[in-house]
Design a protein around this ligand. Sequence first.
Ligand SMILES: Cc1ncc(COP(=O)(O)O)c(C=O)c1O
Length: 382
Amino acid sequence: MDLAAQTDALTMDDLRARGSWKWSTTPPGVIGAGIAEMDLPLAPCIAAAVAGTVERGITGYLPPWLAGEVARATAGWQAGYGWDVDLADVHVVPDVMDAFEHTVRHLLDPDPLVVLPTPAYMPFLTVPTALGWPLVTAPMTMGDNGYALDLDHLARVLRPGALLVLTNPQNPTGRVFTAAELHALAAVVHTAGATVFADEIHAGLVYPGHTHLPYASLSAITAGHTVTATSASKAWNVPGLACAQLIFTAEKFRARWAKTDPEVTHGASPLGAAAAIAAYTEGADHLNAVVGYLDAGRAIFAETVANSLPEATFRPPEGTYLGWLDLRQTGCDPADVAGLARVMGVDGRACGQPGHLRLNLATPHHLVREMADRLAACSRVG
Ligand SMILES: Cc1ncc(COP(=O)(O)O)c(C=O)c1O
């Protein structure tokens, strides 16, 4: 059975029986569409690599030679985007939010201002505050082509030493920023003397007509002010295996990293390393099948929700498997959707934009359709 047939065959009961976070935290009868995990099958090459690592007995700490293999595989994958990365500039860390924390703690001057375009991935709104770092949000604007970074706003708030969080592809809006947008942003960041944390965790999940461009690879200017974090975890659905990659090429970051105690970045898993290597070196065909399935799913959702809840606004994502639904014209509070429609997404308040709902569309097509159908219950409830 191919990936599409295997996914289509999954029922809600199968998914609940699996016991993933998404389904095991969703009440019975409700469709789970919250946390960003996919219901699609794992790539066989990853399953084999992880099993092989267990069989070999590498279940202790991540050995340096295996971290080196992750660096090699990561550099090989980035070369596919036209980014020539030196192996020594790829550092293995447990996950992307760890990478963010290391960037702030070890690569920048103390207590940088974190600047966050919103709506945003929820922890970027809470982690800086929890760790005592100043945070300002910069709401994105809505234009004819969807969400855009507000460069005027960013120019006003960015300053030397500030850290701009650039999530590309963007969670939750699904935007994949164009070269022109990224170059325009680079000019603003450069003028301000700020740093960019480029979160490219969703890079593999980009739909036809759009192209992922690693921000740091655009020019010497972007390379000079960027720390990139990436991972196989979203595109190949292995976040639980704990292996992400932090990449920077500017001398100033290399020098600070060299002084960092290796203990602080400790914790990536050998199983995650094996998964990342398999994904980056053997996982392209599987990823193509995943993206093809998700591409069809976003179209099903768009078509179905246009009929079931015409007052809502939905722009199919350009990348990621997240749907971002504007419910403001429906009169329905996103916090009430689970009760009303029996669909559990993420309330846009948590992303910094009330009135919206984030839905995970990486589920069998019959559930994508059912989710959109059920949203009819949100029609003009206000
Ligand atoms: C944009 C973005 N960044 C970071 C993360 C978290 O990644 P990790 O589990 O590697 O910390 C996610 C997870 O969904 C995400 O969407």
